[in-house]
Design a protein around this ligand. Sequence first.
Ligand code: ZN
Length: 429
Amino acid sequence: MQPLSKLPKLLLVNIGQLLTLQSASPVPRRGASLSELGLIEDAAVLCLGGKIVSVGKTKNALRDPWIKKHGKQIAEIDCRGRVVLPGFVDSHTHPVFTHPRLVDFEKRIPGASYEEIAKAGGGIRSSIDGVRKATKLALTEKLLTTLNAMATHGTTTVEAKSGYGLDFASELKSLEAIRAAARQWPGTVVPTFLGAHTVPPEFREKRQAYVDLICNEMMPAIAKRKLAQFADVFCDRGAFTAQESEQIFRAAHENGLVLRAHMGQLSETRLSPFLRFNPASLDHMDYVNEADLPALSASSTVATFVPGANYFLGLSRYPNARRFIEAGVAVALATDFNPGSSPTLSMPMAMSLACTHMKMSPAEAIAAATINAAHALRLADRKGSIEPGKDADLAVFGITDYRELPYWFGTNHCRLTILNGVVSHLPES
Ligand SMILES: [Zn+2]
């Protein structure tokens, strides 16, 4: 990482549509406010020392005496009428793995069962074997490649989970790889401990012993070494029961880790025992009990949808985003990047699926992928909007109307990404 004083002074001008996502209050967007993008036409943004300093109209920026005086030291980026928005905050990813799960993919198409896929050498077992055998350096290099690819799609902040090691040494190794990659990437990485991803094969007959291992050994060691900010648990059928998840939540709380959880992907779990712990986010939420929505909307917990998983698994059911939004729940979008169920790192793809399958508007999808996703990581004081004082995280797209972002699905229109003030140039097309 460069020292802040060495970061260039940047002035973006001639922005056709600048989506600032500025808020009057520091709370997640709910209901109608989810559609407010803070759009400025013919805009300019000045960034100094990795921070956003001023936001306004191009003509005012070019007349500004300070900018005129320091013109020679300022790198000017002519956005030529394009769309600029806050860098995406991908608040749910599983990027520490070694290889794609092609056996799963191919076998699932004609309808193979989980057992048949596992027998053919696929399934989560193959990801666990890969991570356990890999060196920390190999995991770090792979992760760095992924983070760079995410940046080329406009993502500047990434939550990264462990969860394919599932033994003490391999979970530690995964989190250390996240830390090492984060130090080499100009964007921001938020590490999450997901030892409670699934019960590893060697503990299948003694589940409680694995839950105890997570709570009593892994969690304190990880907290002590500050290797994770969050603890996550996959609470669902076939993963961890509500009772086991509560034990894990309690341990995380005692160890000072902020909570988040995979909830309601395959089956419904009542939320009240978990909301007591004030989790930052509950993710998936394909299945939820209607009676839980008032308590969820009254909390600061964000519901994060990951429609890439529904798409890739060929599901016809998607989370009922409209119901959540109408109930006043703060919603976010993420990729759920992982080798088994969502091998996409494209936030615009997740947004496109949110529009076409979850009936979110393009404006709602953008707010869910930026400012609300920042709230889902408890980083909204620094991330998710373009306003003075926040980190200089911006993405420039080769489009002239923000609605094109989810419209051109499957094509990457990101032309330039700025990560904490560091410019990542991308090939023109
Ligand atoms: Zn996940």
